[in-house]
Design a protein around this ligand. Structure first.
Ligand SMILES: Nc1ncnc2c1ncn2[C@@H]1O[C@H](COP(=O)(O)OP(=O)(O)OP(=O)(O)O)[C@@H](O)[C@H]1O
Length: 244
């Protein structure tokens, strides 16, 4: 496998707390990879380190073969990594349309005005609910709509790698279904590779190609998502009643 993203021996500390203790993972071009694990296992820390928001104490992140050590978050974004953070964080006092324009900021600065307009139009096709609400303030959207907007805003930057942090958080079960189906469709239809972090293990493994189980800052298990779904230990620890 030629990795698009390669994380090796990653150690990340918050003061004296070591949140990642030598974490390794890889994502190949075109894959949808899920990272599952319980509260505090280190999932968010992993994504924040990949996008440059946190600096590792040891280990490294390589993207397209290049080390991201010392590369600033905005420069990492410019290389093609888009991060949809936990809690979505749309620009609440801006309209849906403005949020999408802001997502395309780097492309607009490169003079890609027409191409950006085409990308935004295609987002409205993918997300008809956003099209209907393009002049609405993002803060007045429902949780599910805000999640869609956060994903669409990341996609208009035309990333090579999309980092999705717990897209299910705070959403009703039917809305979670909708978001996960969307993630699956994005993977099938677009040239975007996805690293999805989820506490709802079953939902994530159902749509992913491969998965990693993270426990206390280390990868405990990895493999094809369908194998993890059948794994007795994973079922007991992470799938619980959802799988039944
Ligand atoms: N800003 C911080 N300061 C100190 N410790 C932190 C900070 N952020 C996270 N941690 C600790 O680092 C560890 C990993 O946290 P992280 O948020 O990465 O876990 P997670 O798997 O994403 O969990 P969750 O699903 O609850 O978001 C936890 O023990 C957490 O308490």
């Amino acid at each position: 496998m030629t990795a698009l993203l390669q994380v090796s021996g990653l150690e990340v500390a918050y003061g004296r707390i070591l949140a990642l203790k030598g974490l390794d993972l890889e994502v190949a071009p075109g894959e949808l990879v899920a990272v599952i694990g319980s509260n505090g296992a280190g999932k968010t820390t992993t994504l924040k380190t990949i996008s440059g928001l946190l600096r590792p104490a040891a280990g490294e992140v390589r993207f397209e073969g290049r080390s991201l050590a010392g590369v600033a978050p905005h420069a990492i974004a410019a290389l093609g990594i888009a991060h949809v953070p936990e809690g979505r964080k749309v620009f609440a006092t801006q309209t849906v349309a403005d949020n999408l324009q802001l997502g395309a900021y780097l492309r607009l600065r490169r003079g890609e005005k027409r191409a950006v307009a085409a990308s935004i139009a295609s987002m409205y096709e993918t997300f008809p609910r956003l099209a209907e609400r393009r002049d609405q303030l993002a803060g007045t959207l429902s949780g599910g709509e805000q999640q869609m907007l956060a994903i669409a805003r990341a996609l208009v930057s035309e990333p090579k790698l999309l980092l999705l942090d717990e897209p299910s958080m705070g959403l009703a079960p039917v809305v979670i279904d909708e978001v996960m189906r969307l993630v699956e469709r994005l993977k099938q239809a677009r040239q975007v590779t996805i690293l999805l972090v989820e506490q709802l293990a079953y939902r994530a493994l159902e749509v992913a190609d491969r998965g990693y189980v993270i426990e206390q800052g280390r990868i405990r298990l990895s493999g094809p998502a369908r194998d993890l779904l059948r794994d007795e230990g994973v079922r007991r620890a992470y799938l619980g009643s959802t799988a039944a």
